[in-house]
Ligand binder design. Sequence first.
Ligand code: 0RQ
Length: 502
Amino acid sequence: LADRVRFPEFLSRTMTAEQAAALIPHGVNVGMSGFTGAGYPKALPQAIAQHAKSEHAAGRPYKINVWTGASTAAEMDGALAEAGALGQRLPFNTDPTCRARINAGEIDFIDMHLSHVAQHAWFGFLGPMSVAVVEVLGVTEDGRLIPSTAVGNNKTWLEIADKVILEVNTKPPTKMEGMHDIYYGTAIPPRRVPIALTHADDRIGEPYLRVDPAKVVAVVETHKGDRDNVFAQPDANSNLIAASIIDFLAHEMKMGRLPKEMLPIQSGVGNVANAVLAGLLTGPFENLLGFTEVLQDGMLDLLRAGKMSRASATSISLSGSAYRDFEENIDFYRERIILRPQEISNHPELVRRLGVIAMNSMIEADIYGNINSTHVMGTGMMNGIGGSGDFARNGYLSFFVTPSVAKGGKISCIVPMCSHVDHTEHDTQIIVTEQGLADLRGLSPRKRAQVIIDRCAHPDFRPQLQDYFDRAQRQGALHTPHILGEALSWHQRFVETGDMRA
Ligand code: 0RQ
């Protein structure tokens, strides 16, 4: 550990995860590192889960509120949820055990725009933070921290927490040192100044995280890789969606609505997003830039192939094989990847200024272009809004993509009315399914509806949607026609029969 922790004062505070976990009392707010299965603490959460179980067995309450960057892994959210140790959880989760507890009403989950989390914490909106548990790769001679595979909200947690526990992970290569860009210029209104980032690959900060050494109460050593973020090979639907997007971008460029040098790309996570990135690999665009939150396998492929020159993100979330390539070619990637705090990677000011092309997946869209990214049948939480809203509202172009049907064709992902709205029609420009692409720019609601039904709906549901839309236009106001008593009947039918089809 001494070669990783080069600041002697911290070496003397080394202890086991169990000893460190005992420093976190019941009922407090704890900030943890972690963003999309990368850079989360590997040991403390499990020790906290064990501690919670023994407290519960002794008849004492033990729950903590856990705030992170975004999702973590089974060894963190899964373990804490399973132990009944989570009171409140924010802002994003993909762990199935934790999701089940959220949907059972046992965990208070707060679903937030990822760019909002740090500033809401500084504004005091979320309450005080007692402890920060942050994974780092090492500590420099002068006590600065080498960030890990995700920066997330770590800068803010280290600033606002009363006490800090560092997990020093000796597995990721220290050669990542220099890849990060931690910006310390954010301030609280009315003293804010513009963020001087004008190109996606600008560096505006410093490579290390700062911490007040007096706050560091424990240092715990771990040696463990991040979650293996495996992706399925793109399926036929994902490939069709990707091909539509690439054709559309090429057409926009030809029409002069997209600059020849292309604009920076944001891509959500998941199989469809990865397929779009794979499509760009063989597409006509060169010198691409990434300005995104999560760097997944597809972007690494683009960098390696020289199609993308640089990528800015807050986290590197890779499959096992892509991670090996990252490690083996770390010198190459360090020159091309910039990891920033999520308040910067997702900042609306920057997304708007750079003209980012935003591509995000969704659960469902309605015929007017409102988007549900988070709720299954209007009530159950899937993962959270994540960064989709940060990018969708502020992007130069904003795509939402989904296969046209889910659950073997029993669910239409194009519905009369969304059962929950995360992005309003005002934020949605282009909807793409394997059926086709609906360009909604410059269209009024009724025109949008017809294009979405014609281009994006699955043939099994298209007549049903057309019938709804036609009848809606025969009653009520004609700006955004609806039959209110029927608008959510498709969801109700699914809840009752397990099938949306009439
Ligand atoms: O459920 O796993 O039980 O089969 O939703 O669907 O098609 O595998 O798609 O993995 O790309 O996820 C929107 C959830 C899509 C994701 C969402 C069911 C479907 C399946 C997953 P099963 P797919 P993906 C960057 C940006 C919000 C955050 C975001 C997400 C499961 O992309 O969380 O964009 N987005 N962040 O069967 C009921 C429907 C459904 C449905 C799909 N209409 N009704 N269930 N499913 N459509 C990342 C970050 O911000 C960190």
